[in-house]
Design a protein around this ligand. Structure first.
Ligand code: MG
Length: 102
């Protein structure tokens, strides 16, 4: 039994191969919509139920973002951008300059 996210990469590759890139990208759009709804619902009135829903929708989006990264071989590039952006964020925090543009 696989128990870590990375062990399921072959499953995600199979989903892309079996159902196609377009279908998986359409699914990503749908799941992002569900996540936005869950965020809004939790923001309006947070409960244990809205938190559980939010967590589930985050998982759905992360699974599909992982597939998108596999489709474009984007894992390393995403990591590079994340680190650069986090370094900029830390600099802004140190200056207490509240803006998150790029
Ligand atoms: Mg969902």
């Amino acid at each position: 039994m696989k128990t870590t996210f990375i062990e399921y990469r072959p499953t995600l590759r199979q989903a892309i191969k079996q159902w196609g890139k377009d279908a998986q990208i359409d699914m990503l759009h749908e799941e992002i919509g569900e996540l936005l709804q869950a965020i809004n619902k939790h923001k309006r009135k947070g409960t244990d139920e809205t938190i559980t829903n939010l967590i589930e929708e985050i998982a759905d989006v992360e699974i599909l973002l992982e597939q998108l990264k596999l489709m474009i071989n984007g894992h390393a590039g995403v990591e590079v951008f994340k680190i650069e952006k986090l370094q900029r964020l830390q600099k802004r925090l140190d200056k207490d300059d509240f803006e998150l543009n790029d």
